[in-house]
Design a binder for this molecule. Structure first.
Ligand code: PLP
Length: 364
């Protein structure tokens, strides 16, 4: 990792930068083999939605034009699907960008931001880059401790991040827990409900978060990266009260979402068949992995998402390395302060079988 220039803003000097999952091409080159399986970044193992691809191909003829700066068509489609007015919607260059926009719009240097620990790393990283004071609240049994997070809210707290479901644990916050958290929260505190894995959750007590948008200062964000298989295009959306959306638009670059991403997202929304194949693959993969891991006596955190956190103990790092040498990329978790864990994305049935087979070899 390169050192940050000494003339950079004060807040950046001690910043931990984000290390993404190792690209498949790097591992192919390192191992000099073509067959590498990447289960490290919670991507969709089925590939992109075919309808998204078809729409994207049709859109290439207008690449000489700037994209629609307001993502009007996409917001209209989303509006119909979600029953949320278009002026309550914003589209981002990945849902990642919406995290940054919320921070830029609402958090001054020195303001406080409440996050869980560990959770999705981008919240604390970007909050630190904004010179915010980050209050980290430990997870309890691998779940968000919302009462403790609420207790961490002060008159200076501008933003609370809730990943629901959470990455890297794969656990979720229930409707009751969320409603208890939102009730009586001070008016100066916004809550980002990050639902990047929303489409995978089948639990009956998972909150229908869009219901809270009219009455609470929440920003619900979702992604086309996961269930729709468009991670490489970078597109996600958010829903909030119009004044909150206006503040985020004020700090957004005018052409933040490229035209191919907009076209592909419109195609993806029509691809109900792909979505249901993806969900079925993840559901079945979760069941298969749980059964096999159980048989191997490996502890894991029960997941509602497309990845599973395995609790391997002190050998976790060695296991991740050994899997990598055999062409299987999983996520080693020391950056999340979980050095005894690895995170494994649910792949195709063949990939899941290869993972279990290789894990058995490595553990021997
Ligand atoms: C919890 C969580 N939020 C947001 C994102 C970002 O997704 P996007 O690709 O839409 O930027 C991810 C990606 O891994 C994630 O795990």
């Amino acid at each position: 990792m390169m050192t940050i220039d000494a003339r950079a803003r004060q807040a950046l000097r001690s910043l931990q930068t984000y290390r993404p999952g190792t690209p498949i091409e790097d591992v192919q080159r390192m191992l000099k083999r073509a067959s590498v399986i990447k289960l490290a970044s919670n991507e969709n193992a089925l590939g992109p939605s075919p309808k998204a691809l078809a729409a994207l191909r049709r859109a290439t003829g207008t690449l000489h034009r700037y994209p629609d700066a307001t993502c009007r068509l996409l917001r209209e489609q989303l509006s119909e699907k979600l029953r949320v007015a278009p002026e309550r919607l914003i589209v981002g260059n990945g849902s990642d960008e919406l995290i940054v926009l919320a921070l830029r719009a609402f958090v001054d240097p020195g303001d406080e931001v409440v996050v869980a620990h560990p959770t999705f790393l981008i919240y604390a990283l970007q909050a630190n880059a904004c010179a915010a004071t980050v209050r980290e609240v430990p997870l309890k049994h691998y779940r968000y401790d919302l009462p403790a997070m609420k207790a961490a809210v002060t008159p200076q707290t501008k933003l609370v991040f809730i990943a629901n479901p959470d990455n890297p644990t794969g656990t979720y916050v229930t409707r009751k827990e969320l409603e208890r958290f939102l009730a009586g929260l001070p008016a100066h505190t916004l809550v980002m409900l990050d639902e990047a894995y929303y489409e995978f959750v089948e639990a009956a007590d998972y909150p229908r978060s869009l219901r809270y948008v009219p009455d609470f200062p929440v920003i619900v964000t979702r992604s086309f990266s996961k269930a729709y298989g468009l991670a490489g295009l970078r597109i996600g959306y958010g829903a909030a009260q119009p004044s909150i959306i206006a503040a985020m638009n004020a700090v957004r670059e005018p052409f933040n979402v490229n035209s191919l991403a907009q076209a592909a997202a419109l195609g993806a929304l029509k691809d109900a068949a792909f979505l249901s194949r993806t969900r079925a693959m993840v559901r079945e993969g979760r069941r298969y992995l749980a059964k096999e891991l159980g048989a191997l006596g490996i502890q894991f955190v029960p997941s509602v998402t497309n990845f599973i956190l395995l609790r391997l103990g002190p050998r976790a790092h060695v296991v991740a390395e050994a899997l990598l040498r055999r062409g299987l990329i999983v996520r080693e978790m020391s950056a999340w302060s979980l050095p005894d864990c690895i995170r494994v994305t649910i792949g195709t049935p063949a990939e899941n079988r290869a993972f279990i087979r290789t894990l058995k070899t490595v553990l021997r």
